[in-house]
Design a protein around this ligand. Structure first.
Ligand code: GLY
Length: 369
């Protein structure tokens, strides 16, 4: 059965997240947004296009004013201003005006890029998110952060732009390869760790069904995960304060992602960054040693890395400092006060960061073995 979670913006209903197990209700949802009289451009990537492009196109074609599709090559390296420019050109050629609509069909790269086009084309055009990876369903499709990478820096150019709808067909999770599927747990676990210890316990209890991709269990997991995100983004939609808690694991994570030339998936880097942040929390005696090792080892059954090889700790530190999560020259680090409660801290020293990077540095572990 489908369920919905409304998201408020400035205390007013803004958009719904629909959790369902097929694309069957997509047209009805779009029709409720007046799409009968609007053009829709499905924006997707080459990989998702092969799997779902035709199916979604056929569902809309003939029902709205005009349906077109634009697919760009798959991969983080295409999340850039060149792709944005190509989409602008396509929309102009197809005669899209401000009343029309974009539909982002894909993972985080597609959602963030399409959202940025929607925020800027003709000073803003509506868009809906149809996320097709666990990572984008659990995190990136919600909360209105849009943007692209610039010069190798993650999400350096962007805008806040709320979608009109987030439509999650959970059945698509079955087609994800294992690595892509499990990568999403970096963000799911993050939500438990920063705000909801009961959800964290629930993840441990339901590990088997989750790994088996039981759709009912995945639906419950996503509703609980998205509820954490909902509570945070409703309070602080444009990241003036508390929303930065969602960056838990991202400070060191983004640096590893860049140092590794995006060979590791985002969720994998978030897991590594989360282990580093939990390590600093332990060393500061905010959490116990047992809690640290429990958190670290919790990533293992979800096939996420807890150490990485071939990294230069000094380079990771330098990249950590050039990430955009800085305030007045200080790194805004997110630490754990306990499982289920995160805090923002801008007093973390270079030595603490280096020690944490060494903790997850496989070569370092090896050398000590
Ligand atoms: N992914 C972090 C946020 O939405 O704020």
């Amino acid at each position: 059965m489908s369920e919905r979670l409304p998201i408020l913006y400035n205390k007013k209903p803004c958009y719904d997240i629909v959790f369902t197990k097929s694309f069957d209700e997509l047209w009805d949802e779009l029709n409720n947004l007046g799409c009968e009289k609007r053009r829709i451009c499905i924006v997707t990537d080459s990989k998702v296009d092969e799997l779902y492009g035709d199916c979604v196109f056929k569902l809309l074609d003939g029902k709205c004013l005009k349906t077109v599709k634009y697919a760009f090559p798959n991969g983080e390296e295409n999340k850039n201003l060149d792709t944005v420019k190509e989409i602008y050109k396509f929309l102009i050629e197809e005669g899209f005006d401000r009343k029309d609509m974009l539909l982002a069909l894909g993972g985080g790269v597609v959602g963030d890029t399409t959202g940025y086009v929607a925020a800027t084309y003709l000073r803003g055009i509506d868009f809906v998110q149809v996320p097709t990876t666990l990572l984008s369903q659990a995190d990136s499709s919600i909360g209105g952060k849009t943007g692209v990478d610039f010069d190798g820096y993650k999400n350096m150019v962007g805008a806040f732009k709320m979608p009109r709808l987030v439509y999650m067909n959970l059945d698509v999770l079955r087609t994800l390869d294992d690595r892509q599927f499990f990568s999403g747990f970096g963000e799911v676990m993050k939500h438990g760790l920063i705000k909801d210890s009961m959800f964290y316990e629930w993840l441990i209890e339901n590990m088997y069904e989750i790994c088996e991709r039981d759709l009912d269990v995945l639906q419950e997991m996503l509703i609980r995960s998205c509820t954490v995100k909902k509570l945070v983004v409703e309070k602080d939609p444009t990241e003036q304060g508390e929303r930065a808690l969602l960056n838990f694991g991202h400070t060191v994570g983004h640096a590893i992602e860049k140092a590794k030339n995006f060979e590791l998936f985002h969720g994998e880097c978030v897991a590594l960054g989360a282990v580093a942040a939990a390590y600093i929390s332990w060393k500061r005696e905010m959490i116990s040693m047992e809690e640290y090792y429990e958190i670290r080892d919790m990533f293992v059954p979800f096939c996420l890395p807890i150490s990485v090889d071939d990294i230069d700790p000094e380079e990771i530190l330098r990249l950590t400092k050039s990430d955009k999560k800085m305030e007045s020259g200080k790194i805004k680090f997110v630490l754990l006060k306990k499982i289920g409660k995160a805090v923002i801290d801008n007093t973390v020293t270079d030595e603490e960061i280096l020690a944490a990077i060494n903790e997850i540095n496989f070569s370092e572990e090896d050398a000590h073995a």
